[in-house]
Design a protein around this ligand. Sequence first.
Ligand code: PAF
Length: 279
Amino acid sequence: MRIAATVAEMRAVRRDMTGDVGFVPTLGALHEGHLSLVRAAREQNQHTVASIFVNPTQFGDPDDFASYPRDPERDLALLRDEGVDIVFLPESAEIYPADASTFVEVEHITDTLEGEHRPGHFRGVATVVTKLFQIVRPQRAYFGRKDAQQLAVIRRLVRDLHFDIEIVAVPTVREPDGLAMSSRNALLSVSDRQAALVLSRALRRAEELFAAGERDGETLRSAMRGIIAAEPQAQVDYVSVADTETLRELARVEHAALASLAVRIGGVRLIDNVELKSE
Ligand code: PAF
């Protein structure tokens, strides 16, 4: 496995690659969810490139950026074991020159949910993903469904900017007790880890109600809120039952909806979602 630390190095290695390249961009602190993206990329391409870059522009809160878990040595060992060919591991100044003044903004679908609660977050994501796509020039790029709005934003970005890249969505990987895998789980205390199960419990309740025929958006949202309210360590940022395309809240679910939530548990902000879909 080769490690490219600069844009020039990454470009040089890329030039020598023939055949399809699958790309897995990450913030590091890798877990099984990331490894499932790598496995999908390896299955579908001749070469697999991963990046590890804790992108400063997508963190509104400097404390959140500072406390984001980092363990590049462990990450590199995991990627090597998975058979990744190249890891792009740049410093911040490599990606953002001191006088960088170009940013990418995806409008409308970033107004709700994560976009509403984390102003500037998707501008940072869209900007860094655009840069990484330009540098790595993959045929396919892999993103987890756990970040459902990010996936929608990147699909829109690729369409609007005419990137010739297939975006592959990979299902959320969960712990056996239902907690969605996230790098932020490493920041949870033992009791917070237990309390964090409230996210998947609330989503499961929405799924049960939907399967039983409930189609009223507010009833589904309020059932999820009720479950979270019963967990004293949990503080809701949002609970949503939204259109899968526009991400606008639905009064009534016709065929499908994205049920999603963001909840703070002991200072750690977690997100999760499920798609509600009639058979
Ligand atoms: O989902 C992530 O890990 C990040 O938002 C991404 C796509 C690597 C951009 O920094």
